[in-house]
Design a protein around this ligand. Structure first.
Ligand code: 17E
Ligand code: FE2
Length: 413
């Protein structure tokens, strides 16, 4: 297969790409097809690695308004409403909604997904649904499942047992929610418990960490210290960390040294945290986001996630990482031309690193699996401004999704 006429990762010049046996075989200004070789016309579009969504709650997706809409807009009301909806879950219900959501995501070029699945449920219904779905969607999306204790590990009846059970049944990643535990002692104990559980079972870690506008919420320093001392390092991810947006600068300065040493990854969810954050402020009202720009400039990995798709925490969401990047640029005040051009990395390479995908399996280079998307614009600046379609999403040489560009005519122009 030949991809004819693409800008590879914002390159100014057009090139052709040959895919052979599912891997990238050749990049050159012009490649002539062999007889019978398929040629895809890329329309001078932009070729980048597939999108990665490293943080989404698929068990709750598409439940917005059921049993009620989140009128206050707080994280806590979201948790309360979800807790009601959770009582009515069945395996079929979760699978249907999650599958539909994954199809929306696949249509927008997402090929890697890490999903937090609530395991504070004595029946682990959502987990069972997602374990089945992980196999079913494997041809078009890599799905990682986080055992996520939405209502706490020490603060929920049998929380530890449920986490252990979720891991033994096949969760890929161990989660946590220390800021939501009853006390800060429970918070730090939950981190020690989950890091130990992950290490014993050779799992990754991704903690909802300090998702609260409280400058006293300092679980991140504990998680980073445990990652550093245990050697788990970049197998550990801190999600949200929105309290960092409220830390004083002297503390943040001291903290950044540890964060660098720990090598942990960060996930920010700009759409959702802009919507949920600052809800207890009148004015001035905080943004409720972690320090994306400063982490990124310090060489620490930050990826962007969607978090929610039409659920009690966010009634909006379309499975499109371009929406996430756009909000991330606004909210984190990334405005320079290079910052905009490079921002696709927040939803590609940085997400891949967070999900611990091996370098040999991801990225645009000869010999790697031919997995990529082609956007209908010559570079990422134009892709964002024109909100373009993903013309093709290709996975190891096979077309997963294809979009015909829309055409609008201004008839009175
Ligand atoms: N649960 C949570 O604790 N935080 C979130 N942002 C979502 C669910 C979406
Ligand atoms: Fe989340």
């Amino acid at each position: 297969m030949i991809i004819h006429g693409v800008h590879v990762e914002n390159a100014e010049k057009l090139s052709d790409v040959r895919v052979d046996g599912g891997v990238f075989a050749e990049f050159a200004p012009a490649i002539s097809p062999r007889s019978g070789e398929r040629v895809i016309d890329a329309r001078g579009g932009l070729l980048i690695p597939p999108f990665v969504d490293p943080h989404v709650h698929l068990d709750a997706a598409l439940t917005a308004g059921d049993p009620e809409w989140n009128e206050t807009g707080t994280l806590f009301d979201g948790i309360r409403i979800w807790s009601e909806r959770k009582k009515t879950l069945s395996v079929g219900d979760v699978k249907n909604r999650a599958k539909q959501t994954i199809m929306m995501m696949a249509a927008h070029g997402i090929q890697y997904v890490r999903t937090h699945i609530d395991v504070t449920d004595p029946d682990l219904t959502a987990l069972h649904a997602m374990l089945e779905l992980r196999e079913e969607v494997d041809p078009y999306v890599d799905l990682q499942i986080v055992a996520f204790p939405q209502e706490g590990i020490l603060s929920f009846p049998h929380g530890k047992e449920l986490m252990r059970e979720a891991v033994s049944e096949g969760a890929d990643v161990v989660g946590g929610i220390p800021h939501f535990e009853f006390t800060s002692e429970y918070g730090s104990a939950s981190l020690r418990f989950l890091m130990d559980l992950a290490q014993r079972n050779d799992r990754l870690v991704d903690v909802h960490c300090d998702e609260i506008d409280d400058p006293a919420s300092r679980n991140l320093e504990i998680l980073a210290t445990l990652a550093y001392e245990s050697g788990m390092a970049d197998r550990v991810t801190a999600s949200h960390t929105t309290a960092m947006g409220s830390y004083n600068d002297a503390y943040a300065y001291k903290l950044f040294r540890l964060l660098g040493m720990s090598k942990i990854n960060f996930v920010s969810n700009p759409l959702v945290n802009m919507h949920l954050g600052g809800r207890f402020d009148t004015y001035p009202k905080r943004r409720g986001l972690t320090r994306v720009k400063e982490l990124n400039e310090a060489g620490i990995t930050v990826a962007f996630g969607e978090d929610d798709i039409q659920d009690p925490w966010s009634p909006l969401g379309a499975g499109n990482m371009l929406d996430v990047v756009r909000m991330g640029l606004y909210a984190a005040q990334l405005m320079g031309y290079r910052q905009i051009m490079d921002s696709y990395r927040f939803v590609t390479y940085n997400g891949a690193k967070t999900m611990h995908i091996a370098q040999k399996d991801y990225g645009i280079a000869t010999g790697r699996p031919a997995s990529f998307v082609i956007l209908n614009a010559p570079d990422f600046y134009h892709a964002l401004n024109e909100n373009v379609e993903v013309l093709y999403s290709v996975r190891a040489g096979r077309v997963v999704a294809q979009t015909t560009p829309h055409e609008t005519h201004v008839v009175l122009g």
